[in-house]
Design a protein around this ligand. Structure first.
Ligand SMILES: [Zn+2]
Length: 300
């Protein structure tokens, strides 16, 4: 098996069996640069999407199925940002943000979620097609950060005590980001009937304190492999397990052939109306900002 480097663009699963805790740690660099390069967003939006992608990597790596998909969607009416979508499929990440540039110009340098989204909601969808399992939870976009919103998602929507840390920064034109997710699952990984989970189990504060001591710089620092960082935090535990690492990359599922096949199904007169001044039909992918030019003759 090919060894996955544990320094950047990678997610690693962690388990601390004696404390009934599991977690994911992720670090992202070039993958964020690659996603953001196509969009040309202002710094505030780039920062938000870098954190959102890091969260998406953490949550996506919880999926058991290789074909499983995780979607993070923040939505609002009348916010400066009205839509943010990130998704994960087999280690591939993509994302985009729809915002009002004029209103964004007036916002503070380090805005709260509420300043950006107004009264918005964060929907997290786990989709595992083989098991025919689809689960969506929704929480208000409140608090200072996406990490806080994600923590309340797990507490409110899934009744799982969780810790989420996200860090992202751009230095010398390149992004580096890292995230840590820790959860207390005293009744095991399976099942959603956790109504009787004790939210005050003594093992959990212990894990949360150790995990919470991680510094943003450590999460982002490519010089510290993820297994070393986990060891730093939890080396005093009885047993510390890691799962096979997942390589992260930028990936979009838009496909010129698929786009062509969709357009080809429209009636001829409707296709005619889609042709622009340059004589081709243009279809844009919001996720990756790719633009497909389809000549009407191709569809005949
Ligand atoms: Zn695309």
């Amino acid at each position: 098996m090919q060894e996955v480097e544990l320094k950047t663009d990678v997610a690693l699963g962690v388990a601390i069996p004696s404390r009934n805790a599991r977690g994911r740690i992720a670090r992202l660099g070039p993958v964020i640069d690659a996603v953001l390069a196509n969009h040309g967003y202002p710094p505030v939006i780039e920062q938000l999407l870098a954190e959102a992608m890091t969260l998406t990597a953490l949550l996506g790596s919880l999926l058991k199925e290789p074909e499983g998909q995780l979607t993070l969607q923040a939505q609002t009416k009348g916010g400066i940002i009205d839509l943010m979508v990130c998704d994960y499929l087999g280690g591939e990440l993509r994302g985009y943000v729809r915002h009002d540039p004029e209103r964004l110009a007036d916002v503070s340098k380090d805005p709260t979620l509420q300043e950006l989204f107004g009264h918005g909601y964060l929907a997290i969808t786990f989709d595992q097609p083989a098991a025919k399992e689809r689960y969506q939870g929704i929480v208000p976009l409140e608090g200072k950060s996406l990490a806080e919103a994600a923590q309340s998602y797990f507490a409110q929507s899934e009744q799982i005590p969780s810790l989420v840390r996200l860090a992202a920064a751009k230095t010398e034109g390149h992004w580096s980001a890292g995230g840590l997710l820790l959860q207390h699952l005293p009744e095991g990984e399976e099942g959603r009937e956790r109504l009787h989970t004790r939210l005050d189990h003594p093992d959990w504060p212990h894990v949360a304190i150790l995990g919470g001591s991680v510094k943003p710089e450590e999460l982002r620092d490519e010089a510290i492999p993820l297994d070393d960082l986990i060891w730093r935090l939890f080396h005093e535990e009885e047993e510390l397990r890691t799962l096979p690492a997942i390589k992260l990359s930028r990936g979009c599922r838009c496909d010129p052939d698929y786009v062509r096949s969709v357009i080809a199904r429209f009636p001829a007169d409707e296709r005619e109306a889609m042709v622009g001044e340059d004589g081709v039909i243009r279809v844009d992918c919001a996720f990756c900002s790719s633009s497909f030019a389809i000549a009407p003759g191709e569809l005949a």
